[in-house]
Ligand binder design. Structure first.
Ligand code: BTN
Length: 245
């Protein structure tokens, strides 16, 4: 069985991604999960903040790699699949889907987000901070799109959502299994598993790339996981998950 990276649980930090960055810049190579009960400055994609009420899971896997950045970015698919596995253990699996590129949804509403950051490691190669927030106990209100949490979608035989400790350990284990598959089998089976659970890969799609909003019709994914987006003028644009922020 693939062995999970150690999981550190902090009572409070500004952001587990920021904590991972500081440690990487100080020479920590990982793999190490940094989780926290509370974040005072949780970060989301596109410069947004991430509501960090205690009872939810905030975790970042810090690791280093010699892969080229484009290949290393494939880890975002592993993050989404691992969260989906975690939620499957407590919610009816039919409710758990991935919304392109890596939001994990319960009954169509967002329950989890992924923020991958990277930089040059002082010892060479790249450090990656794979930050994952999972709404276990509560969902933020007033978000741009409706959000939900695991507590609202538990299976009948499950009494309560997992604690932060249990969820962190299960996520770390699921992640280790997917990482091992990626290492031994390559990216294709990862992409197949991700494609099977992901919505928005066909039909009208909008991608926000920094200040640019690109609209078109999605026509599936390329072998590297980039979304194939047919624009109104007929041209095909490939949008990689790492470009969507
Ligand atoms: C998104 O906007 O969908 C991504 C949200 C990512 C939130 C997680 S919580 C743990 C880690 N630390 C952060 O500051 N952000 C990520």
């Amino acid at each position: 069985m693939a062995s999970a990276a150690p999981v550190l649980l902090l009572e409070q930090t500004d952001s587990t991604n920021a904590e991972a960055r500081r440690r990487a810049e100080a020479g920590e190579t990982g793999p190490l999960w940094i989780t926290a009960r509370r974040q005072t400055a949780g970060r989301g994609r596109r410069g947004r903040s991430w509501a960090s009420d205690s009872g939810n899971l905030f975790g970042t896997l810090l690791l280093t790699t010699r892969k080229a950045p484009a290949e290393a970015a494939q880890i975002t698919f592993i993050a989404a699949l691992s969260v989906a596995d975690l939620l499957d253990a407590y919610a009816p699996p039919s409710l758990v889907t991935i919304k392109w590129p890596n939001d994990v949804m319960l009954a169509g509403d967002k329950a989890s987000g992924v923020l991958v950051e990277s930089g040059s490691h002082p010892a060479g190669g790249l450090w990656l901070a794979v930050g994952i927030g999972v709404n276990l106990a509560s969902a933020p209100t007033g978000t741009e799109r409706p959000a939900t949490c695991l507590a609202q979608h538990l299976r009948g035989d499950v009494g309560a959502p997992p604690s932060v400790e249990t969820a962190g350990a299960r996520l770390a284990q699921a992640f280790a299994v997917w990482l091992e598959r990626w290492r031994t089998l390559g990216f294709e089976p990862i992409l197949d598993a991700w494609t099977a659970r992901t919505t928005g890969l066909k039909g009208p799609a909008t991608a926000r790339l920094g200040h640019e909003t690109v609209e078109g019709r999605a026509e599936g994914v390329a072998p590297d996981g980039a979304l194939r987006l047919r624009l109104a003028d007929g041209t095909l644009r490939l949008i990689s998950a790492g470009d969507v922020f």
